[in-house]
Design a protein around this ligand. Structure first.
Ligand code: ZN
Length: 215
């Protein structure tokens, strides 16, 4: 349903004169969604149509809120294990790092966000210089380690686990890092949707009018 809804809404807004400028150029420049492959395919198709019509591309950005949520969920799952206890206190710092990486990389070359995200693995070992990187060579913001945060040993399995979480399955997460550059966030929509679900749960079949009243 979501790809269909995305496609329909995009088409309607594209046709709406309020979303076109005085030269009839579409005003929608960026669309932010989660990293669903079905939505990626929809936006690819929309951009092919724009290209045919000689209209500017609409950027498809990944939602930073979902990106953080997915990584944090994996981290919390990992940290339930006893051996992963040393990583637990790092979670708030790592989450701030996830938000900081794209926000501090606007206008920078592609690949910078991915390098920053991957550098989290080095930071937690007290390594702050990355000569192997192309763009992000050294820690620029500092990641102070208060006394409760202890650096992770260089040979720890936790480093491999953290690297795997940041990379995602088949590197899909880190390969999508560039699409975070717009720093779009759908957190507010998600909050509104969960409020709607409270008054009009998905397991109840309601009439259209009742949905409007409850929504
Ligand atoms: Zn650092």
């Amino acid at each position: 349903m979501e790809p269909l809804a995305c496609s329909e809404i995009f088409d309607r807004l594209e046709k709406d004169p309020n979303f076109r400028d005085s030269q009839n150029i579409p005003k929608i420049k960026v669309v932010t969604t989660d990293r669903s492959t079905a939505i990626k395919a929809v936006m690819k198709k929309k951009n092919q149509l724009r290209q045919q019509a000689k209209e500017p591309e609409c950027k498809h950005g990944a939602d930073l809120w979902h990106y953080d949520k997915n990584i944090t969920t994996d981290l919390r799952k990992l940290c339930k294990a006893k051996y992963a206890r040393p990583l637990r206190p790092w979670i708030p710092s790592l989450r701030r790092f996830i938000y900081w990486s794209p926000q501090s990389s606007r206008g920078m070359p592609k690949g910078t966000i991915a390098e920053k995200l991957m550098s989290m693995v080095d930071h937690i070992q007290n390594v702050h210089e990355f000569p192997q990187n192309k763009h992000f060579k050294r820690c620029s913001h500092g990641m102070p380690a208060p006394s409760r945060l202890k650096y992770i040993a260089k040979n720890s399995i936790l480093l491999t686990k953290l690297r795997d979480i940041i990379s995602g399955k088949n590197n899909s997460r880190i390969n999508d890092a560039n699409s975070l550059e717009e720093c779009g966030q759908t957190g507010l929509n998600e909050t509104l949707n969960s409020l709607h679900n409270m008054y009009a749960p998905k397991y109840l079949g309601l009439t259209h009018q009742t949905m409007i009243i409850k929504g």
